[in-house]
Design a protein around this ligand. Sequence first.
Ligand code: GLN
Length: 202
Amino acid sequence: MEEKPKIAVVAMQGDYEKHLSVLRRLGADAYPARLPQEIAGADGIILPGGESTTIGKMLARYGVDDAIKQAAQAGKPVYGTCAGLILLAREIAVGTEERGGQPTLGLLDVAVARNAFGRQVDSFEAALDAPEIGTEPLRAVFIRAPYVVRTGPSVETLAVHDGKTVFVRQGAILGSAFHPELTEDDRVHRYFLSLVWGGQHS
Ligand code: GLN
């Protein structure tokens, strides 16, 4: 690639700074995005963790929700971590700790349950088998994490923890219940950048 891939990290609330530093370390031109035109100018988009209700409201207020949908429809890779996964989901499962009905972007054909690992295990670390990412187990940090309770036919499961789906891909859309930006292991970000790279060459 002649030019560095431009990655918009949605910077409404939450832990976007850590994503920016990993992406920059990997050679991407990563920048915080708060406006629709900043999303439109990107080759790929990351929706970070944080509080999905708050982030969702701000996306709608600034029209960033439609900009992300348009980018995804144009085939640009989008990756949501934790709250970001919740916001990408088609559906939030009702009957879990949180009520369903929260508006989402609906770009990933999955249903997620919020805060689904229970209050006793607010945050934890686990080693995940994720063959698509590599043979070494992936160290994953979960913080008040959701998990995927249903996947549609075009959704591929990339990792499972305790029988629960925590990492999925549907074409160029990626979602993880965990935070890869909080570990030294940058293979998930590399994988995401490889999707961006692939898109630019197709
Ligand atoms: N519990 C948060 C939510 O439901 C997500 C937590 C996170 O992003 N680490 O929005």
